[in-house]
Ligand binder design. Structure first.
Ligand code: B12
Length: 425
């Protein structure tokens, strides 16, 4: 069977394609199935898409979806369903946490809930060997009009998985992306990553590859093509300090390739940052999210002290690493005074760079439920493609126009930072 994954693009070009299909392709190929990926940029019209899909002659179409991709994926899947007599399956967080809504759209035959490797393989095998009649139920796969399926346990040992099928990732310039773990143990209310574990109440979702397995992939990559820089995609790379120290020791001995990680300020120490820097780490990205202690504590469930942020940024710079801060704007219950506190914290942190994002409630998260309960969600919000500065919420104390104007203020601050840095004023 041949599965064609469609990468539904939402911005002009994100660079990297979704890694999910790369993991699935690596898993199914040794069983005799084929996988390819077709990027669907915004400029590709419906007719061109039809022609490109037809040329690939797939037996099944697969879409990996985040909330942001859904508004564009929905009409495209509906159109493809009318044109092609092949099943269409969606996976990823949108399919996992909004499966009923997704299947009710009429564009999809299956929604994959949670990890997809074994479920997709079982489906492809069943399609190949079935006589075209109805298929038996497959764990993790939900069909239209059916209740949620039972889930198989998470894959017990990540070291036993094949390395990601990198031909599907569309990486450029020798900048390669790696995951060393699945799952994040923190209960942040805005993030779906932490909610995945709750799908598996009787199993441990948090798993990490061994250092040896990660290094084996890197050796293989070095032999296969250029490796100029590594980006670790793990939500929090700095979990489990003994693992990180072992990685730094072994990686540092063998590789001289710079890399970036995501971290949480509570998980770093000057010692750990020093080890990371010595091993080749160049850049640490921290989620700061809000400068308001009330918002951090009550809304985000991240009761980090301001001092901790200041220390972590200081230690990061002292270790010779670039520190990036990410902020969220327009959180439920936020007031202009809270965002002013974010601006004030930003000034004190003085990060080397920063990202700023208008908060979007993602299905599966507790903030999504809170927004619904408070009546903050705009009518038809799921289907609405929103510009970067647009909020999906209508809140009495923080109008959407004010959120947009704070977004532009952050954009101006960033432009100013770069002007100061490179133009000297
Ligand atoms: C790499 C990455 C990116 C890359 C590429 C992703 C892309 N093209 O969409 C880049 C840098 C481009 C990116 C951008 C953004 N990202 Co991003 N990104 C990630 C990250 C760090 C890793 C994804 C990954 O490798 N997962 C590992 C694989 C194995 O897991 P998986 O994708 O869930 O796949 C498994 C299952 O879901 C399932 N599955 C997945 N797809 C499919 C398809 C089929 C057919 C089947 C059967 C099964 C299946 O099987 C897979 C294997 O078990 C995740 C965080 C995370 N930990 O997942 C965030 C994450 C996906 N991103 C997120 C966000 C918010 C964004 C941005 C909006 C950021 C921003 N503000 O600009 C943009 C928008 C992306 C977009 N396309 O619209 C959110 C999505 C939240 C949501 N519910 O929608 C996440 C979860 C981060 C977070 N915790 O908030 N991102």
């Amino acid at each position: 069977m041949k599965i064609l994954f469609l990468e539904i693009e939402t911005a002009s070009d994100w660079g990297l394609a979704s890694p999910g299909p790369g993991h699935l392709a690596a898993f199914i190929r040794p069983h005799g199935h084929q996988a390819a990926l077709l990027r669907v940029p915004k400029s590709l019209g419906e007719g061109q898409l039809r022609a490109a899909v037809a040329k690939e002659r797939p037996d099944i179409l697969g879409l990996s979806l985040t909330a942001r991709q859904w508004p564009r994926a929905r009409p495209l899947a509906q159109a493809l369903k009318r044109q092609f007599a092949v099943p269409i399956i969606a996976g990823g967080l949108q399919a996992t946490f909004a499966s009923e809504h997704l299947l009710a759209s009429g564009g999809f035959d299956y929604a994959c809930i949670g990890e997809g490797e074994e479920a997709l393989l079982e489906l492809l095998d069943a399609l190949e060997h079935g006589a075209g009649g109805p298929l038996p139920p497959i764990r993790n796969l939900r069909r239209p009009g059916e209740p949620p399926p039972s889930l198989r346990p998470p894959l017990p040992d990540l070291d036993r998985l094949p390395f990601v099928a990198r031909d599907l990732l569309d990486e450029r310039h020798g900048v390669l992306h790696l995951s060393t773990q699945r799952g994040c143990p923190f209960p942040c209310t805005y993030c779906a990553a932490g909610r995945i574990a709750a799908l598996y109440p009787n199993h441990r979702y948090q798993r990490r590859r061994s250092v040896a397995n990660v290094l084996a992939e890197l050796r293989h990559l070095r032999e296969t093509g250029p490796v100029n820089y590594l980006v670790f995609l793990d939500d929090t790379f700095t979990l489990n300090p003994p693992w990180v120290e072992a990685f730094c020791r072994d990686y540092g001995r063998e590789f001289a390739i710079g890399f970036s990680i995501n971290a949480r300020v509570e998980t770093v120490t000057p010692q750990l940052l020093g080890r990371l820097a010595a091993a080749g780490c160049r850049h640490v990205i921290y989620g700061v999210e809000s400068g308001s202690p009330r918002i951090r504590r009550e809304v985000l469930k991240r009761p980090t002290q301001e001092e901790r942020f200041l220390h972590a940024f200081q230690w990061t710079r002292q270790a010779g690493l670039l520190a990036t801060a990410n902020y969220l704007l327009g959180l439920p219950g936020e007031t202009p005074a809270d965002i002013e506190q974010t601006l004030a914290l930003h000034e004190r942190l003085a990060p080397d760079d920063f990202g700023f994002f208008v908060f979007r409630p993602y299905p599966g998260t507790s903030l999504f439920e809170l927004c619904r309960a408070q009546g903050y969600l705009l009518e038809g919000h799921e289907e609405r493609p929103l510009a970067d500065d647009q909020s999906a919420l209508r809140m009495p104390d923080l109008p959407a126009e004010e959120i947009a104007s704070y977004y532009h203020r952050f954009a101006e601050l960033r432009a100013e930072l770069y002007r100061r840095r490179y133009a000297g004023h």
